[in-house]
Design a protein around this ligand. Structure first.
Ligand SMILES: [Fe+2]
Ligand SMILES: [Fe+2]
Length: 185
């Protein structure tokens, strides 16, 4: 896929839909770091990168609050369906992966398709933002369980780095820029 999957129009739709604090623990900074984590893992896990990117910006968009909200992933999948054909363009296989990733991301499961597992690991690797150190036993892929990967993700999450302005500006003009600069952090 040569075209950016995260467009200005999609970002505008996400902002319009998100009911929580854009700068909060489930807001755009988190989405940016999940995207970063996922794109870092994808070459090793074999995940479909554009599914990982879309998961990053969609999986928490339908949260109603920052606490226990067990079906926010299902609502995210339903929202993804509503965007399909207009702001979101995936073939059936990739769309099914996105739905599975969004629906199950807070279940704690560690089994499934490599793309789905990469999405879940990308999310769990950002737990440092809420004071939780990601545990290797709770991660799904051997790539994510690498202590260097965990340490780097933990540092990013604690620093609340990759803020949304950098992410959203870079993803529009340079959709793979984050991937190429991973090892500079
Ligand atoms: Fe979530
Ligand atoms: Fe999340």
């Amino acid at each position: 896929m040569s075209q950016p999957v995260i467009t200005k129009a999609l970002i505008a739709a996400l902002k319009g839909e998100f009911a929580l604090d854009w700068q909060g623990i489930h807001g755009a900074g988190h989405w940016a770091r999940v995207r970063h984590n996922g794109l870092q893992l994808s070459p090793t896990t074999g995940a479909v990168p554009h599914v990982v990117e879309l998961f990053a910006v969609l999986h928490d968009v339908k949260r109603r609050h920052d606490g226990f909200d067990p079906i926010h992933g299902e609502r995210a999948a339903e929202f993804a369906l509503s965007l399909r054909g207009t702001l979101l363009h995936l073939d059936n296989r990739d769309f099914d992966l996105l739905v599975a990733a969004c629906t199950g991301h807070s279940s704690g499961s560690t089994s499934g398709d490599p793309t789905v597992l990469t999405c879940w690991d990308a999310d769990r690797l950002d737990l440092g933002r809420v004071g939780v150190v990601p545990k290797a036993t709770r991660l799904c892929t051997s790539a994510a369980r690498d202590p260097r990967i965990i340490a780097a993700a933990l540092a990013r999450s604690r620093q609340r780095s990759l803020r949304e302005t950098t992410f959203f500006s870079s993803c529009e003009a340079h959709p793979r820029k984050v991937t190429s600069t991973l090892h500079q952090e």
